[in-house]
Design a protein around this ligand. Structure first.
Ligand SMILES: *Cc1c(COP(=O)(O)O)cnc(C)c1O
Length: 399
């Protein structure tokens, strides 16, 4: 069979399972009121949780960064691409996350996906054991695969199961790997219990707080601040394309961990550094996150989360009210989630339908994501549209 025919059959199979992915084209900056595929749309789809992606101060800093440093870095960090802007951002991030670490240092990455590949593969050799939470993000799973370590998956939130696996482990190097806030459920992992296990078993606790950074904690330091955690065993990963509104990611940990990554992490070493302008813009994002404006945005976001919880009134679907900006409504079947998302799109609303492999089979859902850029009126519009679709729901064949 020609390899093209193989692909065509594969795509036809995705269609049959309602798993085909399509992209919409957005003509406007990332705000709640956008133009998508030419139509005005109220979006609950981005991870721009604080509304910084189009913030005038951040945009101005990106422009200023480009004037100062040019468009591109020109090389990897270890050759000649490590600019003053990258260094300043790393210092600011290390200082910001210092309450949670011992001898803190931070490392900036082009993307969170690469930060996760780099961290897990560099800390876990092939003789290591990686204890991976069942609902971990794909990039953590891929990092464990890249490491060629022995991977043990423990059930979602199951501290006792993890403890039993650690007790049984003979490995010299152990890594516990988890999302801080789970990306598709919005719930917060049992991190203090995980940290106690990590310290007891001389293991690393690697926490990817892509959805908590900027959102949780009085100052926006995420799940670590939420739980007031501090440990030399802690390896913090935060992404900077979500609440921080720009792009890239960071690892913050003991200085020795960072020195090891700089020397050994292939996804860090063998890639061109992100544009220095991006790092320059992130200095402004970080100042906003940790300042009064960030605090006010987090307070507003929490009010919207409470409003959504109080105003959704569902008979057929299940809203999982989470304490974070990620608010899933579970429908189950892939076709049902697509059908519901299409119904919302007809009403001018964009809520993505999330299907396997992003979530487990049978748990396809609408993933509502709230942002401090939304208004109470935006959330009221969404809640009444979701309530109406749910009330009139007769399954996927109808309509
Ligand atoms: C988005 C996300 C990533 C990837 O980060 P990027 O910067 O988008 O590559 C990693 N982990 C989690 C939990 C995420 O949600």
């Amino acid at each position: 069979m020609h390899p093209l025919t193989q692909l065509e059959r594969g795509l036809a199979q995705l269609d049959a399972q309602h798993l085909r992915r399509r992209r919409r084209i957005v003509d406007t900056p990332c705000t709640p009121h956008i133009k998508a595929d030419g139509k005005p749309t109220l979006a609950f789809a981005s991870n721009d949780y604080l509304g910084l992606a189009a913030h005038p101060a951040v945009v101005a800093a990106l422009i200023e960064g480009a004037r100062r440093y040019g468009a591109g870095s020109g090389a990897s960090h270890l050759i000649s691409g490590h600019s003053r802007a990258h260094a300043q951002l790393e210092e600011a991030l290390a200082e910001f996350m210092a309450p949670h670490l011992v001898e803190p240092r931070a490392l900036y990455f082009c993307t969170g996906y690469m930060a996760n590949l780099a961290t897990i593969s560099a800390l876990a050799g092939k003789d290591a054991e990686v204890f991976s939470e069942a609902l971990n993000h794909a990039s953590l799973i891929d990092g464990a695969r890249l490491s060629r370590a022995n991977v043990k998956v423990y059930p979602h939130g199951d501290v006792a199961a993890l403890a039993a696996l650690l007790e049984a482990s003979q490995a010299e190097t152990k890594l516990i790997v988890t999302d801080g806030v789970f990306s598709m459920d919005g719930d917060i992992g049992p991190l203090p219990a995980l940290l106690a296990l990590a310290e007891k078993h001389c293991a690393w606790l690697i926490v990817d707080d892509a959805h908590g950074f900027g959102v949780l904690g009085e100052n926006g330091r995420g799940v670590f601040e939420h739980f007031a955690m501090r440990s030399p065993n802690l390896v913090i990963i935060g992404t900077l394309g979500k609440a921080a509104g720009v792009g890239g990611a960071f690892v913050a940990a003991h200085a020795t961990v960072i020195e090891w990554l700089v020397n050994r992490a292939r996804p860090y070493i063998f890639t061109t550094a992100a544009a220095p302008a991006q790092a320059h813009a992130l200095l402004t994002s970080l100042a906003l996150i940790r300042g009064d404006e960030g605090r006010a945005r987090r307070t507003h976001l929490q009010a919207l989360i409470a409003q959504l919880r109080d105003s959704l009134d569902l008979q057929h679907w299940q809203h999982i009210a989470s304490p974070t900006a990620v608010q899933p409504v579970i429908l189950g079947e892939n076709a049902a989630a697509l059908h519901a998302a299409a119904g919302l799109a007809e009403a001018g609303l964009w809520v993505p339908a999330i299907r396997p492999p992003t979530v487990p089979a049978g748990t396809s859902r609408l993933r509502i994501s709230l942002s401090a850029a939304h208004t109470a009126g935006d959330v009221a519009t969404l809640a009444s549209a979701v309530n109406r679709l749910d009330r009139d729901w007769t399954g996927t064949r109808h309509g």
